[in-house]
Design a protein around this ligand. Structure first.
Ligand code: HEM
Length: 523
């Protein structure tokens, strides 16, 4: 009798403690309980947001919650979303909150981490210091390597393809071609022009590799949001991620490693065609850092994996994002023939012009600086990156110890997952009136006040902000502007098939239909 009374008291105590810990404290007493709930179950369970993520509705769901509840919302017992600059992205991202493990869980490769996937700020800064300079605007604009890459890709691959399509009256899948263009560009800079891809001219290989890369994406959810479930199911022999994803990973890893082997053979080259700019900078930097520690040289195999992992991220982050931005830019412009004419007028002020075929076989292109200075082109690119941000999804960070204040809410406990998303920041109607409308003029100096432009710039988050901001933004902008300038100097575009052009709801996006069929005509 006494024993059963003790058991009962223990059981009741247990229930009371659990009720307090799992319901009463998080829902009513935690400092997070003051933050508006995106869903009534958010304080006690992350299930509802995980379910939305499983259904690929993350970005839209969070946006709807901010529209209803304001600049800060609670998504789960220990997860919040912010949607403001002051007290929001300025505190979290410029303030250097560390990355959440979400990144290495899904994007890790070669058994190690890269600048993109490192959670620790110190290790990250030391890696970023090695690479910032060769991705800076001034370096890229005056780089003879980028000059040769631009000339080769534009004059020998991209423009001849479009020119031929016009002559043959053939249609062009611009989304497919954009991925070829950006992969050729970024891989040539990473590993050397002679070692990079030639996706533009090798259609079959391009389609195969892009398919392998894209086919794994629907399964990223499991790594990102339910890693424990993935581990448990694996233990009992149940596969949530199909075997062919592993096979695709193997092929892609071998491909990434192959680039590094080729680049390594060109380490001593100073020829523009073969010198592997980013590879060389990274390898020399990592070796120097290792020497500075005074410890023995790093195991060459380990170093190889570190470099392969880092550069594989640049290859993937670098081609996919710029390609999708170009797809939406061509789509928007193809709906507006008058704006194409206006842009062409601006492009014809370039010296020399980007005319194709080349007059007198000249290969000289206008300087990147002169292309960068064109206001309408700049406005068109910026507006595309606002409305069709290639990374519109959440960028999770963790709050620091012991606590912090965000959007006016104080005592937010350490280790709370906090996200912002460009999808929402770019849809603030006070900053961007009629946010769903693609309106390049909102970025023009002569049509907006300095204060309006400054505010729009502050909320513009296509490349993120702070120490973890995109390292490749200047490369992306330079190659995109060159491609758009080359096209609209010479051609007019119109839409033939844009079925399912609406973007998927994900961290990185693409059109649901994975195509954009355009007709090109001589301008
Ligand atoms: C329009 C094109 C691009 C867009 C919109 C874009 C966007 C972004 C964003 C939003 C981030 C931060 C992500 C996060 O913290 O979750 C990022 C990081 C990064 N991006 Fe880009 N990116 C573009 C092009 C490129 C290119 C061309 C490269 C390669 C050279 C590149 C390499 C990287 C790397 C390595 C990081 C990690 C940086 C760090 O953690 O310090 N990106 N990018």
């Amino acid at each position: 009798m006494a024993v059963s009374a003790i058991t009962n008291v223990a059981a009741i105590t247990c229930v009371l403690v659990l009720t307090y810990k799992l319901i009463i404290y998080p829902a009513f007493l935690s400092p997070l309980s003051k933050i508006p709930n995106a869903h009534w179950t958010a304080p006690i369970s992350p299930a509802w947001i995980i379910w939305k993520r499983y259904q690929a509705l993350n970005n839209r769901t969070i946006q709807a919650a901010h529209e209803r509840l304001g600049p800060i919302v609670r998504l789960g017992p220990s997860e919040i979303s912010i949607n403001c600059v002051d007290g929001g992205i300025k505190s979290v991202y410029t303030g250097g909150f560390e990355k959440h493990e979400w990144y290495p869980r899904v994007f890790g490769s070669f058994g190690t981490v890269s600048m993109f996937t490192m959670t620790d700020n110190k290790a990250h800064s030391s890696r970023k210091r090695l690479l910032s300079n060769i991705y800076s605007k001034s370096f890229l604009q005056s780089s003879p390597h980028i000059h040769l890459i631009s000339e080769t890709i534009m004059l020998d691959r991209f423009l001849p393809l479009i020119y031929k399509a016009v002559s043959d009256n053939a249609l062009v899948d611009m989304h497919d071609l954009n991925q070829g263009l950006t992969m050729d560009f970024v891989s040539s800079y990473l590993y050397g022009l002679a070692n990079g891809t030639n996706f533009l001219q090798d259609e079959a290989f391009r389609r195969r590799m892009l398919h392998l890369y894209q086919c794994r994406k629907p399964f990223e959810f499991y790594h990102q949001e339910v890693p424990d479930l993935l581990a448990w199911t694996k233990k009992i022999g149940l596969r949530l991620i199909p075997k062919w994803c592993d096979e695709a990973n193997e092929v892609l890893d071998a491909w990434g490693l192959g680039f590094c082997n080729q680049a390594d053979e060109c380490m001593t080259s100073t020829k523009l065609e073969t010198e592997p700019m980013v590879y060389k900078q990274l390898k020399q930097g990592i070796t120097k850092q290792q020497k500075a520690t005074g410890l023995p040289d790093e195991d060459p195999k380990k170093q190889k994996c570190e470099i392969a992992c880092e550069l594989y991220d640049h290859l993937t982050a670098g081609h996919e994002t710029s390609a999708v931005a170009l797809t939406y830019l061509f789509w928007e412009l193809s709906k507006q023939p008058e704006l194409q004419d206006e842009l062409r007028k601006e492009l014809l002020t370039l010296e020399p012009r980007l005319t194709y075929p080349r007059p007198n076989s000249s290969r000289e292109l206008p300087s990147p600086k002169s292309i960068d200075a064109l206001p309408l082109l700049e406005a068109i690119v910026t507006e595309t990156l606002r409305l069709h941000a290639p990374i519109p999804g959440i960028q999770p960070r963790v709050t620091p110890s012991p606590s912090c204040t965000l959007a006016g809410y104080s005592d937010i406990p350490a280790n709370t997952r906090v996200n912002a998303q460009a999808y929402s920041l770019h849809r603030n109607p006070t900053v961007y009136p009629e946010p769903e409308s693609w309106e390049p003029t909102r970025w023009l100096k002569d049509q907006n006040s300095a204060a309006e432009l400054e505010e729009r710039r502050r909320w513009f988050w296509a490349f993120g902000s702070g120490g973890r901001m995109c390292v490749g933004s200047n490369l992306a902008l330079q190659e995109m502007k060159l491609a758009v300038a080359a096209i609209y100097t010479n051609f007019k575009t119109s839409i033939v098939n844009d079925d399912d052009i609406e973007a998927i709801d994900a961290y990185t996006v693409k059109p649901r239909g994975e195509k954009l069929i355009l007709r090109f005509e001589n301008a």
